[in-house]
Design a binder for this molecule. Structure first.
Ligand SMILES: [Zn+2]
Length: 173
């Protein structure tokens, strides 16, 4: 039974039952009703009550299902409201956690695709973060890029210093 149909069915069964009682009370005043008449009325009432009960169960199940859905939507919304985008690194953090001084970085891909909150792990290199669900893709912060630049600059400087030290005619020495 569809929940919408169940509401109509339940209401209709209840009304039929009440009408039945009213009609029986009215008849009992004028006519001399026999036990069989009451038995027949009770049997019909039983059927109506049973129908109403069954309908209420369907509606109750639907109500519980909808409550769970609403709850899940509310939780999702609360989480979305709590998320704060970090341009530097391209990941999410939670406002509520940041306020408490907790810094957990969440994977942008996992949150974007499935709404999952997957904490990123800091790689061996400081400022680089990886998602356990996405091997190979890394989240790089400016701190990481600055250090990389610095490392390259230093490597280049060392190389130049080495060349100068040896000199262009060093093979002759
Ligand atoms: Zn991920």
């Amino acid at each position: 039974m569809e929940p919408i149909t169940a509401i109509a069915t339940g209401l209709s069964a209840t009304k039929t039952g009440l009408d039945l009682i009213n009609a029986l009370l009215k008849r009992s005043k004028t006519a001399n009703l026999k036990a069989a008449d009451y038995e027949e009325a009770l049997r019909q009432l039983h059927d109506n009550l049973w129908e109403a009960k069954r309908s209420l169960q369907v509606v109750d199940e639907e109500n519980q299902k909808l409550r769970r859905q609403v709850q899940s939507i509310e939780i999702d919304r609360a989480i979305k409201d709590d998320m704060q985008w970090q341009e530097d690194g391209g990941f999410w953090i939670r406002k509520s956690e940041a306020e408490k001084g907790v810094c957990i970085r969440y994977c942008a891909t996992c949150f974007g695709e499935k709404g999952q909150l997957i904490p990123l792990a800091e790689a061996m290199t400081q400022g680089m973060f990886t998602c356990p669900n996405h091997d190979g893709s890394a989240f790089l912060t400016n701190a990481y890029r600055d250090r990389e630049e610095e490392r390259k600059r230093k490597a280049l400087a060392d190389e130049n210093a080495f060349t100068i030290m040896r000199g262009p005619n060093s093979w002759m020495r």
